[in-house]
Design a protein around this ligand. Structure first.
Ligand code: FES
Length: 611
């Protein structure tokens, strides 16, 4: 079996001969960026072979890597089959999820009314005159004769009672005792709220006794090896026996890594975590629960279920108290999941009397409109461009990503995350860069980069050397020769601008259709809420310049952070809010955009830069 050594991570594994290198890295627990599920089209799964023979480059490698890079050992990991011992350098992905993690706690004060109750009791001692069995004695002291108990709790119960002077604590979920613990542990009551994103999974450990978030952790969703978007993952799940289980195992594994990290940070015992409440899009909900999502992909986009699902942690293999409950909040429709429901909960759109829209831009774009007593939602096929996918040098928001571009004093000011040398462009940088190009006059309203050969007079001298020919038209050089690994320019290509237009056009068109349905004009909106990590980092001015948002005064556009995650935290901390969540799908009207005859015209109109 060939041996692989990955540096600088310093991991070694033996793999089956012929295995794909991208899959082998995954087996070693390493994350390699890639958007195309190994099809060779995105060119992002680059690694460098430091020792070993890479063989001849494939067509895809020749397309995405220069001669120089190939001669230096650069390769696309999805194109390589491991047949001999190799040492492979994997570019470090520094905290791709950091931005999302830092958004925890957007809702500062949680309402505390937990669904799990912990009651400490001191039982009377048995005697010849009182031969009540131990369990019945406990139920009598709890004053509840409707409770059932887990067998695993009962097995050691008699000994525990006697060695703890008949003092115990029961953790109760509904009408079940899920845990019996020695002594008084009533103040040790914890739960974890999860936001299962297509790209990032985020967990918040909550002290349910105090209604406080005490730790937050995040992981990249390792399902991304099967594609960056939900459709690729549904296709993978449908394509072969065992594939659904593979996808479920990936997400459960990442969820357990987060749980471990949260418990390590806080020194909370795993058995004192009694509940998990999760939100995610409908596909993520299916894959987390291990339910076949096949019929979500083709019209009419039918999910296997939409209600909330509740399981025992041990059934899913989640490392909390084995009898702990796992609740995935209900979905609204095939492409409007419980994450959108979380946004509605956190922003209280179901209670507002003002006219308000919420836009959650993640790997997909979901929109909600509250107006005239109606609550409406839709999803748009925005694609993952805002997360850096399908963009030539797109990357997630991690160190070295161009995150902000401004056109000031006739020049471009560019900054990267952590001030690291530029390696690529993330979503906020993409929007900023496009807006800066609009401001500078280097692109027109149709999104076309001006041709320096056709229009030499239109182009200021100093920008002449910043435009170069690329595969899909002209490219604007954002940062010359910056890529620390390849020395390449960091560019914004014509193709990138087209991807951005499609994504922003889909979102704006979705909003326009919701407004049309509610019979209100966009100027009547009192507020537009930007949810998601992206919402916090995008500059409103840039979003307005490129026509992603309606032309409203910027104070009406408000970033609300990771509202989906906030929704899951709120539903975990409060039974009342959870009940509100369970009732929400019946109150939200779902609009299916793909069947609307007016969509195409509105969409084409929304593609323009500036409105
Ligand atoms: S080119 Fe390898 S994952 Fe896309």
């Amino acid at each position: 079996m060939p041996k692989l050594r990955f540096i600088p991570q310093n991991k070694e594994i033996e793999v089956e001969s012929g295995i794909n290198l991208l899959k082998a890295a995954d087996q070693a627990g390493l994350y390699i960026e890639g958007d195309c599920a190994g099809k060779g089209t995105c060119g992002k799964c680059r690694v460098k072979l430091v020792e070993g023979d890479a063989g001849n480059p494939t067509k895809a490698e020749k397309k995405h890597l220069s001669e120089k890079e190939l001669s230096e050992g650069w390769a696309l990991s999805c194109q390589k089959r491991v047949k001999e011992n190799w040492t492979v350098e994997v570019p470090v992905q520094k905290e791709a999820h950091l931005r999302k993690t830092t958004l925890a706690g957007g809702v500062e004060n949680l309402e505390g009314d937990p669904a799990i109750e912990k009651i400490a009791v001191k039982l009377s001692r048995p005697a010849v005159k009182d031969q009540t069995a131990d369990l019945e004695r406990l139920l009598k002291h709890l004053d509840r004769d409707d409770l059932s108990v887990e067998l695993r709790e009962l097995s050691g119960f008699p000994g525990m009672l006697r060695s703890n002077n008949f003092s115990v604590t029961a953790a109760i979920s509904g009408n079940r005792i899920i845990s019996i613990e020695p002594g008084d542990t009533s103040d040790q009551l914890f739960g974890i709220a999860f936001d299962i994103g297509t790209t990032t999974i985020m967990g918040s450990l909550i002290d349910l006794h105090k209604a406080e978030v005490i730790a937050v952790a995040a992981e990249t969703n390792p399902q991304n090896i099967y594609g960056a978007d939900v459709i690729s993952r549904i296709n993978h799940a449908s394509e072969g026996k065992g594939n659904l289980k593979q996808l479920q195992d990936k997400v459960i594994e990442a969820t357990n890594t987060i749980i471990k990290e949260l418990l390590k940070q806080t020194k909370v015992a795993r058995d004192r975590v009694y509940e998990i409440v999760a939100v995610g899009n409908t596909t993520m909900s299916h894959l987390f629960m291990g339910v076949d999502p096949t019929y979500l992909a083709p019209a009419p986009f039918i999910p296997a279920y939409s209600r909330a699902l509740e399981l025992e942690a041990s059934e899913l293999g989640l490392d909390i108290n084995p009898a702990g409950r796992v609740i995935f909040l209900p979905n609204i429709a095939g492409y409007v999941g419980s994450d959108t429901l979380g946004v509605i909960l956190a922003t209280e759109m179901d209670k507002r009397t003002s006219k308000c829209a919420a836009i959650d831009i993640g790997t997909n774009g979901e929109l909600v409109l509250a107006a005239n007593g109606r609550l409406m939602a839709c999803s748009t096929a925005a694609g993952p461009a805002f997360e850096g996918a399908q963009i030539k040098q797109g990357m997630r928001a991690s160190a070295g990503a161009v995150e902000a571009v401004q056109y000031v004093n006739d020049d471009f000011e560019i900054s990267t995350i952590d001030d690291a040398p530029a390696k690529g462009v993330c979503g906020s940088g993409l929007i900023d860069a496009a807006a800066a190009l609009v401001d500078s006059g280097l692109i027109d309203a149709t999104g076309r980069i001006i041709n320096p050969e056709e229009n030499p007079d239109q182009l200021p001298e100093k920008f002449k050397n910043r435009l170069k020919r690329g595969e899909s038209g002209f490219e604007f050089i954002l940062v010359p020769g910056s890529d620390s690994e390849t020395g390449d320019d960091i560019v914004l290509s014509q193709g990138d601008l087209r991807e951005l237009q499609l994504a922003k056009g889909a979102i704006y068109a979705g909003l326009k259709i919701l407004l049309k349905e509610a019979e209100i004009d966009e100027q009547e909106l009192d507020e537009v809420l930007l949810a998601g990590a992206f919402g916090n980092y995008v500059r409103k001015e840039s979003a307005l310049t490129i026509g992603l948002l309606p032309q409203l005064p910027s104070e009406k556009i408000v970033a609300v952070g990771n509202a989906a995650g906030d929704g899951s935290r709120m539903a975990l901390a409060s039974k009342k809010i959870r009940e509100r969540a369970f009732a929400l799908p019946d109150k939200v009207e779902h609009l299916e955009l793909s069947t609307r005859r007016d969509f195409q015209d509105i969409f084409v109109d929304a593609l323009k830069f500036g409105q």
